[in-house]
Design a protein around this ligand. Structure first.
Ligand code: ZN
Length: 138
């Protein structure tokens, strides 16, 4: 069986990191599937999904890493095309990826104790985001 769910959230952009573990757990617990996989996917080309230990120091380290990899204040061809100034956000989102697959068993996500599921929003303005959670199993 396949069930498709959605999580709607508001982000501040600029590298905002939002812990969505609880929402994904709730979606998995709420369907009639005991074990399988949950694909967590963000619709949009300036946001990404990954896992991290949701701890303040590490979150700051992670944000600083993105500033080193794709600084906001260098020229991007994309910005010449659209003038929206978020070329850095697109390259960052493409590098990290839009989705994550998490296995679950007995309706529980098989995450590590210190492993949270997060949405990263790299865009240069606040955004409304739709996260798709597609749950597959039996
Ligand atoms: Zn753009």
């Amino acid at each position: 069986m396949v069930v498709t769910k959605r999580i709607s959230l508001e982000s501040k952009g600029h590298g905002d990191i939002i812990d969505i573990t609880h929402q994904v757990e709730q979606q998995v617990a709420g369907v009639d599937i005991k074990s399988g996989i949950a694909t967590v996917f963000v619709a949009g080309s300036t946001a990404a999904i990954t896992t991290i230990e949701f701890e303040g120091g590490l979150l700051a380290d992670f944000k600083e890493m993105w500033v080193r990899i794709a600084p906001e204040n260098i020229p991007y061809n994309h910005d010449l095309a659209w003038g929206d100034g978020n070329g850095y956000a697109h390259v960052s989102a493409s590098l990290l990826g839009a989705s994550l697959v998490v296995p679950f068993n007995d309706k529980r996500l098989m995450l590590g104790t210190w492993q949270q599921i997060v949405l990263l929003d790299f865009d240069n303005r606040p955004r409304s985001r739709q996260v798709i959670v597609q749950i597959m199993g039996e």
